[in-house]
Design a protein around this ligand. Structure first.
Ligand code: PMP
Length: 422
């Protein structure tokens, strides 16, 4: 295979003809495959079915505090279990409901109305506030900003996390920049893990806003696909070390450990921040679903067994990731029309086409029966300035379906790229 850009006209034409034939043949198959969201497969959900049997009328015992109102910050046993995931102390964690996105959304909407711990003025009472959004990133983070008119400033993701030269420069001079989103381990969609240096720089950087916050969404904290996962420095410890203990909110959940529909979400931060969040939360609810917290505690018992459980997820996920990477390599190889990431964990593979091709590839794939995440979704306002990024989510379909879908995707990429070059 040689680079497409170096091919002569007749070779390009025959490649186009072949891709067109393949595409037409695929259309005859009337496929209906969905690779659009990072949902666990049924096989993965089955790993946690036992959780549903851990609490019932016979074995609930005298856990009346679990059944009753109260314990707004979660049951102590759940704190003891989940504090290990984020490596924090018991007083630095709050156990919420089933969705960490909900916690993030709540903290931001309350910051707009009331401010955060260190605010002089609520964020919403200031002229304009802004968030730094590393790109490509998680579309639902960006939707929260869009919903509340928080201006988004894109900063590129580099190989070891957000471009820190740019981040430092921005936050040093602009008091209206109140936060940064960060998925520090196996980022969505690139699968990048922040290096120690990036973590340190985020923790110690000078910020013009005294109420600047890092939204550290560690959604894939233990979602490894290899036996030698990259390590991630504890950002709360770094923030404390550099005199900014209240700078970071860390989030995680069991959505992709047990059930996305009824997992347990947590937020971890300095004790002062947790006390502040708890006092606000007490107005909103008299307590979360603690029965579900107890189910999780009984199902897992300890942190090691959560890690064992994650290995079973990896056994299901890894062959799908491998299939995506092998097929992309086989079909697109050295054509020079796409690059892609090779994550060691998380839920996504991020692919870049030639500039200006992604939207067309996604719509062509849809025409062939393969639904992908919308092009541009990983960028603020849904606009990829280079129209090149496609997020591949291989978890939900079966292995055979993943293989088929990536073959279709590769054919669409060839077709659109050759069209562009002809
Ligand atoms: N953060 C990231 C980076 C995610 O990818 C997802 C799920 N796709 C979530 C948060 C959602 O987490 P939860 O189910 O806990 O709201």
């Amino acid at each position: 295979m040689s680079e497409l850009k170096q091919m002569d006209y007749s070779n390009l034409q025959s490649l186009h003809r072949k891709a067109k034939e393949d595409f037409n043949a695929i259309k005859q198959e009337n496929l209906s495959l969905d690779m659009s969201r990072g949902k666990p497969s049924a096989e993965q959900l089955e790993l946690s079915l036992g959780l549903l049997n851990t609490v019932n009328a016979e074995n609930i015992g005298d856990n009346f505090s679990v059944l009753n109102y109260g314990l707004v910050d979660g049951i102590p046993e759940a704190k003891a279990l989940f504090k290990e995931i984020l490596e924090v102390n018991t007083e630095e964690i709050l156990i919420g409901g089933n969705a960490s996105l909900n916690l993030m959304h709540d903290i931001i909407s309350k910051a707009l109305i009331k401010g955060v711990l260190d605010s002089e003025t609520p964020w919403g009472k200031q002229d304009k506030i802004k968030f730094i959004c590393p790109v490509p990133g998680y579309d639902r983070h960006f939707k929260i900003c869009e919903q509340y008119d928080i201006e988004m400033i894109s900063v590129d993701m580099l190989e070891d996390g957000p471009d820190m030269d740019k981040v430092e420069e921005l936050v040093r001079d602009d008091a209206s920049i109140k936060g940064i989103w960060c998925v520090p381990k196996y980022s969505n969609p690139d699968g990048i893990t922040c290096s120690d240096e990036v973590v340190e720089r985020l923790a110690k950087m000078e910020t013009k806003a005294q109420d600047f916050k890092i939204f550290w969404d560690n959604a894939y904290v233990i979602h490894d696909l290899t036996n030698n996962p990259p390590s991630l420095k504890n950002i709360l410890e770094e923030c404390k070390k550099h005199g900014n203990p209240n700078r970071v909110f860390m989030f995680a959940s069991t959505s992709k450990i047990t059930f996305p529909g009824s997992g347990v979400a947590v937020v971890a931060a300095s004790k002062e921040n947790i006390d502040f969040i708890k006092s606000q939360l007490s107005v909103q609810t008299i307590g979360p679903d603690k029965v579900n917290q107890l189910r999780h505690v009984r199902f897992f018992k300890n942190y090691d067994s959560i890690l064992e459980h994650m290995k079973k997820h990896a056994e299901i996920m890894k062959p799908k990731f491998d299939a995506v990477l092998n097929i992309l390599d086989f079909k697109l190889g050295s054509y020079g029309i796409a690059t892609w990431t090779e994550p060691e964990g998380g839920y996504f593979i991020s692919l870049n086409t030639l500039d200006g091709c992604a939207a067309e590839v996604v719509s062509l794939a849809a025409e062939a029966g393969v639904k992908l995440t919308g092009a541009g979704a990983a960028f603020p306002y849904g606009k990829d300035p280079r129209d090149r990024n496609i997020r591949i989510a291989p978890s939900f379909p079966s292995l055979a379906e993943v293989e088929k879908a990536i073959e279709v995707l590769s054919t669409c990429i060839i077709l659109v790229s050759v069209n562009k070059l002809l």
